[in-house]
Design a protein around this ligand. Structure first.
Ligand SMILES: [Zn+2]
Length: 138
């Protein structure tokens, strides 16, 4: 009789799967959830692919949206730190916060540009498939 996978029956399976999908190290995840590295390995190889396929089916835009929200939240926090540092006159921390904020803005810009390119690509693809055999372009 096959043994049940200790990861599959783990009460925190969702969190474990998320950590695996995120590419966390097996040793760290095993330590965090008190699992053996070998059972994690087995689970990752035999039981995770279905989840990965599902994750891949999630649209790129959706994931970009998550990233965007995270970058925005990060920027908001950095700005708060900057405000506080300025208020107490901690110039070093203020400077660091400005650098961090600049990094967040770069990230936001990159995400925005990626999203724009993706939507243009989607529009082009729709045009191309819409044309089909009925009408030629150009
Ligand atoms: Zn499993």
């Amino acid at each position: 009789m096959p043994r049940a996978c200790t990861v599959c029956i783990h009460p925190e399976r969702a969190a474990i799967d998320a950590a695996l999908v995120a590419g966390g190290s097996l040793r760290d995840i095993a330590g965090q959830f008190t699992l053996s590295k070998s059972s994690l390995e087995r689970h990752k190889a035999d039981h995770l692919p279905a989840l990965l396929v599902k994750a891949a089916a999630t649209s790129e835009t959706e994931r970009a949206g998550d990233l965007l929200a995270e970058a925005r939240a990060l920027k908001a926090r950095t700005m708060k730190i900057l405000d506080r540092a300025e208020r107490v006159g901690d110039l070093r921390v203020a400077l660091q916060a400005i650098r961090e904020a600049r990094g967040c803005i770069d990230l936001l810009k990159a995400i925005h540009e990626t999203e724009e390119l993706e939507s243009r690509l989607t529009a082009l693809e729709a045009q191309l498939t819409g044309i089909g055999g009925s009408r030629r372009w150009g």
